[in-house]
Write a protein that binds this ligand. Structure first.
Ligand code: SF4
Length: 364
């Protein structure tokens, strides 16, 4: 803690970020205090961070957080022993740091991987220090306590695996075996989802409950559509028809512009980026691209619509941004519950059916 205070991080800010991290993994507030105690102690959880096929956007997203400066806190909370884009050493010195951390912390460190792993042609499309990504991932994972794949590339291949996937890019869990692998997809992934997972493991020695795709349930159990602030407009059948039209300016639902929120599991609508309210794709007027879903992100064209998994209106409504509409949640709740769900879902279903029949007619 003293070290963090020297760096200008207040005790209050430190506790706040730990509480946020605890909340992000679905733990009670006291868990945040425990995390803060543990992280402020002398033995910080060691982390080794590898980069493969990616744009470093997940690291960038982590470094752009502010108020409190999560990047600074994360760097103070864990012992980040190896991170190719943040560490000072390079070349042989960097490789030495990696080897030393692996030996010293064997069986205890958390391996974070950012980027997909190319497997085609013996993995020659990504080499660091003369070793392929496959070799390095296997070697470093072998001595890790747990492996976290940060971002869509490391989780399931992401952009590098888009058709025709020229390098045979896959997610880490297709290469690393015999270790628990947590997938935190997102392009970029939300830093709090990573922080919460790492601190839970460091404090309690457990990993969050995972879904069938290895994603923490605390962040990926619900679709974006379920918690979207534009959901009342969807239920009421109010859609932006094109970018910049009146509906778009009023903050209407973006489904007709290709929003993948109804089929995308993630907590982007609840945990915005860089701690800036509204800083997420739908928040700034762009349809969700489905980046956390292997079958959607970078595969389904941007403006194609997806099937709506749960078309009925929720029992409660999130508020509509006051700048975007004069309609209050209460009014929308009362009217949309009866009429809106039917209009919205019926409209969408009709459009899908029409589009599907047109597609089939075109094929025949
Ligand atoms: S379709 Fe997209 S913009 Fe519309 S309510 Fe669902 S997630 Fe929000």
């Amino acid at each position: 803690m003293a070290e963090l205070e020297t760096e200008g991080v207040s005790r209050r800010g430190f506790l706040k970020v730990c509480s946020l991290a605890a909340g992000a993994v679905g733990l009670p507030a006291w868990a945040g205090e425990k995390m803060a105690e543990k992280a402020a102690g002398s033995a910080k959880p060691p982390v080794i961070w590898l980069h493969f096929q990616e744009c470093t956007g997940c690291s960038e997203s982590l470094l752009r957080t502010s108020a409190p400066d999560v990047a600074e806190l994360i760097l103070g909370l864990v012992s980040l022993d190896y991170h190719e884009t943040l560490m000072v050493p390079s070349g042989y010195q960097a490789e030495k740091s990696l080897e030393e951390s692996m030996e010293k912390n064997a069986g205890n460190y958390v391996l974070v991987v950012e980027g997909a792993i190319p497997t085609k042609d013996n993995g020659i499309y990504c080499r660091v220090g003369g070793h392929t990504a496959v070799e390095t991932a296997k070697k470093v994972a072998a001595k890790a306590a747990a492996v976290i794949s940060i971002g869509s590339c490391a989780s399931w291949g992401g952009i590098p695996s888009a058709d025709p996937n020229p390098t045979g890019a896959v997610g880490v869990d297709k290469v690393v075996t015999g270790k628990p692998v947590v997938n935190i997809p997102g392009c970029p992934a939300n830093p709090y989802n990573l922080l919460g997972t790492v601190l839970q493991f460091a404090t309690f020695g457990t990993l969050p409950a995972l879904d069938g795709l290895g994603r923490p349930k605390f962040a990926y159990a619900r679709t974006i559509h379920e918690d979207c602030p534009r959901r009342p407009h969807f239920d009421a059948g109010r859609f932006a028809q094109k970018y910049g039209d009146e509906g778009h300016r009023e903050g209407y639902c973006l489904y007709k512009l290709g929003c993948k929120g109804p089929a995308t599991h993630a907590n982007c609508s609840l945990n915005h980026f860089v701690e800036m309210p509204g800083a997420w794709p739908v928040g700034i007027g762009h349809p969700c691209v489905g980046c956390t879903e292997q079958k959607i992100g970078f595969r389904v064209p941007l403006h194609d619509t997806v099937d709506v998994e749960r078309p009925t209106a929720p029992g409660t409504y999130p508020p509509i941004h006051p700048d975007h509409s004069v309609i209050t949640p209460a009014v929308v709740g009362a009217s949309a519950a009866i009429v809106g769900a039917l209009v919205g879902a019926g409209y969408v279903a009709t459009k899908k059916i029409t589009a599907d029949s047109e597609k089939h007619a075109g094929k025949e």
